[in-house]
Design a protein around this ligand. Structure first.
Ligand SMILES: [Zn+2]
Length: 116
């Protein structure tokens, strides 16, 4: 059974094979497996390079800037509070988003059969 439409992208966002939704997409934090262990889908063609990083920086940077502005203007946080909370928030959010966005990008490339 293969996943269709958005289900494959959701599976990939959670680190699962975008074809069958069962096999693991990553062998470690961000290392894409050679192929799916369950349905043998080939992941080697997918090479996202720096692609996901751009979106991670945009999303995490935007979220941290909004949080910083709100906490400074509305909640009157001190500069020490601002500088100890928001950079750490951006780093944690970026690390959490990386595998999700990389999984999505791999799924898009496999779906559209990207080749060199
Ligand atoms: Zn699979």
């Amino acid at each position: 059974m293969t996943t269709q439409g958005g289900a494959g992208f959701i599976a990939a966002a959670f680190g699962r094979c975008p074809i069958c939704g069962k096999g693991k997409l990553f062998t470690s934090y961000l290392k894409v497996a050679q192929a799916c262990a369950v349905c043998a889908a080939d992941f080697k063609a997918a090479d996202t390079g720096d692609g996901p990083v751009v979106f991670v920086i945009l999303i995490a940077g935007f979220a941290a800037c909004i949080g910083l502005l709100v906490s400074f203007l509305a909640w009157n946080w001190s500069p020490v509070m601002l500088l100890s909370v928001w950079p750490a928030f951006a780093v944690v959010l970026a690390l959490a988003l990386m595998p999700v966005l990389k999984g999505l990008m791999v799924a898009v490339q496999i779906r559209h059969k990207v080749r060199d």
